[in-house]
Design a protein around this ligand. Structure first.
Ligand SMILES: Cc1ncc(C[n+]2csc(CCOP(=O)(O)OP(=O)(O)O)c2C)c(N)n1
Ligand SMILES: [Mg+2]
Length: 290
């Protein structure tokens, strides 16, 4: 396990902030899309794309790459922002999000955009796809790891639990999930609509290793992903406690922002808040670099 410096942590925080600004610009530009989940998962995606995933943006089909399955496809804006910033495609292309003939569909279509590992949108299916990739990796004798980002709302669905039990029973140690535990789904709070707790106990009962992190704490996310790499008998679930809409005061923890775009004026307010936070991080970077 490599120690990560304060400067590297700040740079990842700065990247998450940049991606949040990208997301707001994308949604305002097209006038639709999902805000809450993507903003809440910015640190997780910054850590995955800029610290954890074995990848080559110029060779997206590199056979040894780690596989990242996005099961809750509606949060793809954050994945697109991370991919653009990582060099999979030009940052300017982000503004084609959800537009006619764009490669950046409102729900990800993997045949359109190299680097997407799966097509998503119908919830509850991604983990099954991730399990399949793990089995393929084992059969092919490959060393890659499979990561699956999924949501809490998807745990309302039977297929999710079937895949979870399969992975636990078959000791899929090359599988790591990162759950967006933001406590909201499309029209309310998860515990009001279809209570999920105690999630940790449920996972442990079906033979998973469980780590809970503050999903906005870069160090904790990195430590959890690295711990998972050293668990040899079980798949690992990282429950990422996040704030939906993170970084935009009027969106935070409000499920009504699950799937809508800010107006141009609301977008300006959001960007002003995010830029102020970005400036604060840059000042810290200057301090840490001294
Ligand atoms: C199988 C399926 N049923 C319903 C939907 C519609 N839907 C889209 S997002 C969503 C909410 C799911 O909760 P979660 O993923 O936790 O939402 P978030 O935290 O991103 O707001 C629903 C029901 C869907 N995409 N797929
Ligand atoms: Mg949710």
């Amino acid at each position: 396990m490599l120690a990560i410096s304060d400067l590297e942590v700040l740079e990842l925080e700065a990247m998450a902030n940049t991606m949040r600004q990208d997301i707001i610009k994308m949604l305002v530009s097209v006038g639709s899309g999902h805000a809450g989940g993507p903003l809440g998962m910015a640190e997780v995606f910054a850590v995955l794309y800029f610290h954890i995933l074995k990848k080559d943006p110029k060779n997206p089909f590199w056979p040894e790459r780690d596989r990242l399955i996005l099961s809750n496809g509606h949060i793809c804006a954050v994945r697109y922002a991370a991919m653009a910033r990582a060099g999979y495609f030009p940052v300017e292309e982000l503004l084609t999000y959800r537009k006619i003939d764009s490669r950046l569909q409102g729900h990800p279509h993997n045949r359109s955009l190299p680097g997407l590992e799966n097509t998503g949108g119908p919830l509850g299916q991604g983990l099954s796809q991730a399990v399949g990739r793990c089995i393929a990796g084992r059969l092919d004798g490959k060393k890659y790891r499979v990561y699956c980002v999924m949501s809490d709302g998807e745990h309302d669905e039977g297929q999710t639990w079937e895949a979870l039990m399969w992975a636990g029973n078959h000791k899929l140690r090359n599988l790591t999930t990162l759950m967006d535990r933001n406590n909201i789904q499309i029209d309310g709070h998860t515990e009001d609509i279809f209570p999920l707790e105690p999630l940790r106990n449920k996972y442990e009962a079906i033979k998973w290793h469980v780590i809970e992190v503050d999903g906005h704490n870069v160090r904790e996310i990195i430590a959890a992903c690295e711990e998972a790499q050293h668990i040899y008998e079980k798949p690992t679930a990282i429950i990422c406690h996040t704030v939906p809409g993170k970084g935009v005061s009027y969106m935070e923890n409000n499920y009504e922002w699950h799937g809508k775009a800010p107006t141009k004026e609301q977008g300006e307010v959001a960007l002003a808040e995010l830029r102020a936070e970005g400036d604060r991080i840059q000042k810290e970077i200057l301090g840490a670099a001294k």
